[in-house]
Each structure stands twice: as structure tokens, then as C-alpha cells.
Design a binder for this molecule. Structure first.
Ligand code: THU
Length: 145
């Protein structure tokens, strides 16, 4: 590799292997999305610090407003199973731009998962990883009550 290429490669942020693996769970969940109205399929995978993984996909409804996002499905599945102590969530969609969690999902993720890593990927493998606190600065939570 030339010196120039090496320098360019070192600027590409390295994605931890385990987040790539979590992304694969989200990708598999995405295939189960029920999105006949928007045709925008999303998959999510939530991980506990112990390594347990719970997935979710978006589930739409003809009434539109009852649609559930993939992230919230994953969070509610996990909470209802009694899981706690999350460290990362992966979100996979297929769009020209990387898909970040919507506003309500950020709020729900903050409530149950705290400042987790949010790993966003598309089907081409492009990705972006941020902390939830970067996506939701100054959150409203129990400390405000
Ligand atoms: N969607 C998600 O599942 N997660 C997001 O964070 C963004 C939006 C879903 C909801 C709806 O079924 C479709 O994507 C289009 O908005």
C-alpha cells in the first residue's frame, strides 16, 4: 500500500467487530419488517452488557398512526422479558442516507437504555456510530421530575 493510501485508510473510523455483528442481527430482523405502506423496512438489535441480544423490526398498520418503529419494538420486547443494562443498539435500513432513530425512539431508548452506542448501518455496509447523548442532548428524564 502506498503511503498516501495508508494515510487515507487510517482516517476511516474503525468499527468494532462486535458492532458489525450486532448490525447483522438488525439486518436479519429488518427482513421480518411489516412495512406494506411505506415500504421502508427497518431492523434493530439491542444488546445488554452481558451480551444478550433482542431484535425488533418496524410493524406498520393501515391506520398509519399505530405503526411501531423497529427500535421501540426491540426495547419493549427486551423490557418485557426482564432484560436490563444495555450497552448498544444497531439500526439497519436501506436508504440514500444513514437512518438514525426517530425522535420518539431516541426518548424511549434514553429512558430504558441510557447513553448507549447507536450503530446505524445501511445494506451497503456504510455505517455511523454515535452515543445516544449526541443524538439526544439535554434529554428529559426522571431527573427532571
Ligand atoms: N421507522 C423505524 O422503524 N425506525 C426509525 O427510527 C425511523 C422510522 C419506520 C417507521 C415506518 O414504518 C417507516 O420506518 C417509515 O417511517
Amino acid at each position: 500500500m502506498t503511503r498516501k493510501k495508508k494515510a487515507a485508510a487510517s482516517r476511516v473510523p474503525r468499527i468494532p467487530k462486535d458492532l458489525r455483528e450486532l448490525g447483522r442481527f438488525a439486518r436479519a430482523a429488518r427482513r421480518r419488517a411489516h412495512a406494506p405502506f411505506s415500504r421502508f423496512k427497518v431492523g434493530a438489535a439491542l444488546r445488554t452488557r452481558k451480551g444478550e441480544i433482542v431484535t425488533g423490526c418496524n410493524i406498520e398498520n393501515a391506520s398509519y398512526g399505530l405503526t411501531l418503529c423497529a427500535e421501540r419494538v426491540a426495547v419493549f420486547k427486551a423490557v418485557s422479558e426482564g432484560l436490563k443494562g444495555f450497552d448498544a443498539v444497531a439500526v439497519v435500513a436501506d436508504a440514500r442516507r444513514i437512518t438514525p432513530p426517530c425522535g420518539p425512539c431516541r426518548q424511549i431508548l434514553w429512558e430504558f437504555c441510557g447513553d448507549v452506542l447507536v450503530h446505524m448501518e445501511d445494506l451497503r455496509g456504510r455505517s455511523l456510530t454515535m452515543r445516544l447523548s449526541e443524538l439526544l442532548p439535554l434529554p428529559f428524564d426522571a431527573r427532571n421530575l
